[in-house]
Design a binder for this molecule. Structure first.
Ligand SMILES: [Zn+2]
Ligand SMILES: [Zn+2]
Length: 259
């Protein structure tokens, strides 16, 4: 498999080769986030590249003095894999795993959604790293699996734990996956629904994205549907109408955030 179709290389960014030292990480991929909300899912992709340049300046500047950007890659909200240190380099991302695992940041903060495109970017990156020439293990971990840290945030860590990132590229990012879900259901499709609800402006203040369609998720479904003008009184099931309204709420929120 060639490198991910939506790929931004260092040379695309106008950067030379990284000065970071050689390594051959084989043990898997570690997911990171930013400690501050960045709002990149609702911004144009150019904002991701600006973010990447700023992060590099910060990491190589007087407060960090690292050789380069900490991470191997960025998997952005628009589905791009953006090169950081890239292949075969020591990182400054996860002490204890900087030469054994590759690192990818989602550039999200605690309140930012992880988009379906972003999930697929992680899957494509993982599949690429598992190719015979690099032959990295398919394991996906979160930064908090190495040290005590909030990183990669509860939203992304739920996706690490429930296996969302280790599914094949293209699997389960379509809305149809959520059709027919109902209160009491559990698992990856519920995780996806919960991501979409957050993306649509819904709130999951207590349990967050936990893959469990309980009363909080039902309340979020109801509030998102009502925000789109529905007069339903229950959020206990994802009907075709419910799904259409959730998608419309996402689209409306994206349009609003851009203007
Ligand atoms: Zn981290
Ligand atoms: Zn982007």
């Amino acid at each position: 498999m060639p490198r991910p179709r939506l790929y931004v290389s260092r040379s695309d960014l106008g950067w030379g080769p990284t000065p970071a030292s050689y390594a051959d990480p084989k043990s898997g991929l570690v997911i990171h986030y930013d400690s501050v909300d960045q709002g990149l899912a609702a911004a144009p992709h150019a904002a991701c590249l600006d973010y990447w340049r700023r992060t590099r300046a910060f990491h190589t500047g007087p407060r960090r003095r690292w050789a380069d950007l900490a991470y191997s890659f960025l998997c952005c909200a628009h589905g791009y894999v953006v090169e950081g240190r890239g292949l075969y380099r020591q990182q400054a991302a996860q002490p204890g795993g900087n030469s054994t695992h590759y690192s990818a940041t989602l550039a999200t903060g605690p309140g930012d959604p992880v988009t379906p495109e972003q999930i697929d970017a992680v899957r494509l990156l993982r599949a690429w790293l598992m190719e015979p020439d690099t032959s990295v293990a398919g394991t996906v971990l979160g930064h908090r699996d190495f040290v005590s840290t909030s990183c990669p945030g509860d939203t992304a860590y739920a996706l690490v734990r429930d296996g969302t990132f280790t599914r094949p590229p293209g699997a389960g990012t379509e809305g149809d996956d959520m059709l027919g879900l109902k209160r009491g259901d559990r698992g990856q499709r519920v995780t996806l629904l919960q991501q979409m609800l957050l993306y649509a402006g819904g709130r999951l203040p207590v349990h967050g994205v936990d893959g469990d369609y309980g009363s909080e998720t039902a309340d979020a479904v109801l509030s998102v549907r009502r925000s789109m003008g529905s007069s339903v009184t229950s959020g206990d099931e994802i009907t075709g109408y419910a799904l259409a309204q959730i998608h419309a709420a996402v689209a409306r929120r994206q349009a609003g955030a851009v203007s």
